[in-house]
Design a protein around this ligand. Structure first.
Ligand SMILES: Cc1cc2nc3c(=O)[nH]c(=O)nc-3n(C[C@H](O)[C@H](O)[C@H](O)COP(=O)(O)OP(=O)(O)OC[C@H]3O[C@@H](n4cnc5c(N)ncnc54)[C@H](O)[C@@H]3O)c2cc1C
Length: 450
């Protein structure tokens, strides 16, 4: 399918900056709203143009859900989201909830299925199908797209007056492009994403477009990202996956809890429960540099510590000549058993287990329940799936996503200071906010034309 419309009119009704999840839905929503609700009263079609810096539309969507696109989550209600003012997301998520989103995609032809933890995927398991169907709809609605077009500036052009009469009812916008050209538009929707995974196009340029207009940015931090731990302690365990409980502890206080499969890596920890804790890590490291931050892994969550202690004691009495290195085999991965013996007891690994004292046995059982690592930080934006922080939501109206500072300017998606957990929540925010921003822009344009 061709993605770039060859000619670009000097002035259009609406420019959507960014052809990602939120931008595509914003453009479609604007066109549909115009056709379905406002067109009969106004002559002429709505000229909509999507400007995308990548050579392809929807590149990040293709990468989502490991290429399967975890489209949304049955539990994606407003209360599940984060940000300085997370209530802001209610407007979009109430109006375009999970059901409305699934109906939207089903209408395009996408059939979805719910899997574990409420995660919803296309039954065809192909993110490419999501992009193809969106592009088909964009073509059907005659929405123009231009790829390899980076928007580098955005300025409002004040109304031109003829005597005391404005020739136009509202200011419009002039967008500067990286190739030196300009594009004028009556309304603009910024849908440029945040800073996560800049190789897919989102490098924070949306903040740089909005800040000169008076908008503020809540400091962007990497979220849904791997954690780094001190002393390269996990390097010896790199590649091992363990189903475990996780507890994040700042000083003496537990500030996060998850469970699921953790992957040990050269630099620290990865895996979905680790990604889920990463937002809290980013925020607490930013806010508190004094108290140490630890992650504790419960490697046998279904066993009480006392039961593990009894099991180890039984093994010792069964086979007192066994080497310490082999004592925990069968309870945990052998390499982890060696690691724990070394860390908890600082003892020679070839010593016979009959030499262990009851206190040492207790320490081993405790280490299995609480393998503790010092968290030094997170991987950076290049590895992050989402951005915590972004354009300050207080400067946008939650029921239409229009700027409170600059009429005719809208924002949607990850660019705004809203983010969610792993599992379909972030795409749901992109879909819902895109749908709302597009519909709102169409209503404003209808008012300006009447
Ligand atoms: C690897 C990965 C996997 C993920 N998997 C999932 C998942 O399965 N489920 C889920 O819910 N979420 C997932 N996410 C998060 C989700 O993809 C994003 O939150 C969502 O795509 C955000 O949509 P957006 O439209 O706001 O921004 P983006 O998708 O980032 O789109 C922004 C677009 O704007 C373009 N752009 C930026 N600046 C400019 C400019 N100045 N001029 C022109 N164009 C510009 C970019 O090139 C980009 O195409 C994943 C993220 C990553 C990185």
């Amino acid at each position: 399918m061709t993605e770039t419309t060859a000619r670009r009119p000097k002035r259009v009704d609406l420019v959507v900056v960014g052809g990602g999840a939120s931008g595509l839905l914003a453009a479609i929503s604007a066109a549909r709203t115009w056709h379905e609700q406002t067109a009969p009263a106004h002559s002429g079609p709505l000229n909509i143009l999507i400007l995308e810096r990548n050579d392809k539309i929807g590149r990040k969507i293709l990468a989502t859900g490991n290429g399967r696109c975890n489209l949304t989550n049955a539990l994606a209600v407003p209360e599940a989201y984060y940000g300085r003012d997370p209530r802001f997301c209610r407007g979009a998520l109430h109006r375009y909830d999970v059901k409305a989103t699934l109906d939207f995609f089903l209408d395009l032809g996408l059939v979805c299925r719910e899997e574990e933890d409420g995660r919803i995927y296309p039954v065809c398991q192909q993110a490419a199908a999501v992009v193809d169907l969106l592009l088909q709809e964009i073509q059907r609605l005659h929405i123009a797209t231009q790829t390899q077009q980076t928007v580098v500036s955005l300025e409002p052009i004040e109304p031109v007056y003829l005597g005391s009469q404005p020739l136009e009812k509202a200011p419009h916008w002039r967008l500067g492009l990286a190739d030196g050209q300009t594009q004028d538009a009556t309304c603009v929707i910024l849908a440029t994403g945040g800073m996560a995974s800049p190789n897919l196009g989102s490098d924070g340029s949306g903040y740089r477009l909005a800040e000169p207009l008076g908008h503020h940015v809540v400091e962007p931090l990497p979220a849904l990202v791997q954690l780094t731990t001190a002393g390269r302690k996990t390097a010896a365990l790199s590649g091992i996956r363990v189903e475990c409980g996780l507890s994040l502890v700042l000083g003496n206080q537990e500030i996060g809890r998850e469970s699921g499969e953790v992957l040990f890596t050269e630099y620290g920890l990865s895996g979905i429960p680790v990604l889920q804790l990463s937002r809290t890590v980013s925020v607490s490291l930013q806010e508190n540099s004094v108290e140490p931050l630890h992650i504790r892994l419960d490697l046998l969550p279904e066993w009480q510590e006392s039961a593990i202690e009894a099991k180890i004691t039984q093994r010792i009495s069964q086979n007192p000549a066994l080497h310490l290195a082999d004592l925990l085999t069968g309870l945990v991965h052998r390499k982890i058993g060696v690691y724990l013996a070394r860390e908890a007891l600082h003892a020679a690994l070839d010593q016979p287990v009959r030499t262990l004292t009851p206190r040492q046995v207790k320490s081993l059982a405790r280490a299995i329940k609480q393998l503790e690592l010092t968290v030094t930080g997170t991987k950076d934006f290049s590895q992050a799936q989402v951005t915590a922080g972004g354009l300050d939501c207080r400067e946008f109206m939650p029921d239409c996503l229009e700027s409170r500072l600059k009429p005719g300017l809208f924002a949607a998606g990850e660019l705004l200071d809203i983010d969610g957990a792993c599992g379909g929540f972030n795409l749901q925010w992109a879909w819902s906010s895109g749908l709302l921003a597009g519909a709102s822009a169409a209503h404003l344009l209808a008012r300006l034309r009447s």
